[in-house]
Design a binder for this molecule. Structure first.
Ligand SMILES: [Zn+2]
Ligand SMILES: [Zn+2]
Length: 286
């Protein structure tokens, strides 16, 4: 074999090893960001074992509804690169094995509002240059229907604070880019789409932020992201719901495309059970 060919082979092999290593450390980073692995702690420099990472991959695969292989196969990598909510899937010290065995699919944050009449306000709207066609009235309408999805299932009432008034709602909605003063920066187009804060988590409780680098739309056509679908999901968090592995569920962490007709949209059973567990069942006279 010629030296040149040999050298080329060695370099190619080295290249793929580096790429694999990058892919692996990227995946470890992803797994800890979304709660499947403990966050790296510089004080203890706790090493992650190979088994620990494999197990985390399995839990992630099960949660995401792909085959449980424990390795970074193409379906897993595809899921990891799917745009999603930036909240973690596994929260706190919840034991992952327990989570794997649990039959009930929806998850609650353990926090809820202690009132059923809630107000909301919008503090910034999508940039017209990035999301053309989403004028402010349309955004208000979409958000109104997203709240309605939840108030149709549980005895909750949502009222928008008049636009332009100085009052702030319980749930404050904004569209922001990158760093936006809450310690949870967005990441440009794709990747994370939005996040919301659970009730009773301090000043930011209930607040719902959308990444303004996304192309938001009504209906989600031509590689844009459907605002209604993501808003229903985020308001679920603002009301106290965590991510669900159930399918169908609006509380799945990955963006799954537009849910369709916003006026007649109904939550899936799992989501209805979750919100009713927190706030009770709506009776038809309410
Ligand atoms: Zn979420
Ligand atoms: Zn934020």
């Amino acid at each position: 074999m010629e030296l040149g060919v040999l050298l080329w082979m060695v370099l190619t092999l080295m290249g793929s090893t580096t790429a694999q290593h990058d892919q692996y450390s990227g995946a470890v980073d992803w797994l800890s960001r979304y709660g499947y692995l403990p966050r790296p702690d510089p004080r203890t420099s706790k090493l992650l074992t190979k088994e620990g990472i494999e197990n985390a991959i399995r839990v992630m695969q099960r949660f995401g509804g792909v085959q449980e292989t424990g390795v970074l196969d193409s379906a897993t990598l595809k899921l990891m690169s799917t745009p999603r909510c930036s909240l973690p899937d596994i929260i706190g010290s919840e034991d992952m094995m327990k989570r794997r065995r649990r039959r009930k699919r929806y998850a609650l944050s353990g926090l809820k509002w202690h009132k059923t009449d809630l107000t909301w306000s919008v503090h910034s709207y999508p940039s017209p240059s990035t999301s053309p066609g989403l004028h402010n009235n349309l955004v208000d309408n979409i958000l109104t229907y997203a709240f309605k999805a939840w108030s149709n299932a549980a005895p909750l009432r949502f009222n928008q604070v008049a636009r332009g008034s100085r009052a702030e709602g319980d749930i404050r909605v904004s569209f922001s880019q990158l760093l936006h003063n809450d310690g949870y920066p967005f990441d440009g187009r794709g990747g994370t789409l939005a996040h919301a804060f659970f009730p009773f988590t301090g000043d930011l409780a209930g607040d719902t932020h959308f990444d303004d680098d996304e192309v938001w739309s009504y209906g989600g056509g031509s590689s844009s992201t459907d605002l209604f679908t993501v808003a229903v999901h985020e308001f679920g968090h603002a009301l106290g719901l965590s991510h669900s592995s159930s399918d169908p569920s609006i509380m799945r962490p990955y963006y799954q495309g537009p849910v369709g007709d916003i006026i007649n949209f109904e939550l899936a059973l799992d989501d209805r059970l979750a919100i009713q567990q927190l706030y009770g069942v709506k009776d038809d006279n309410q």
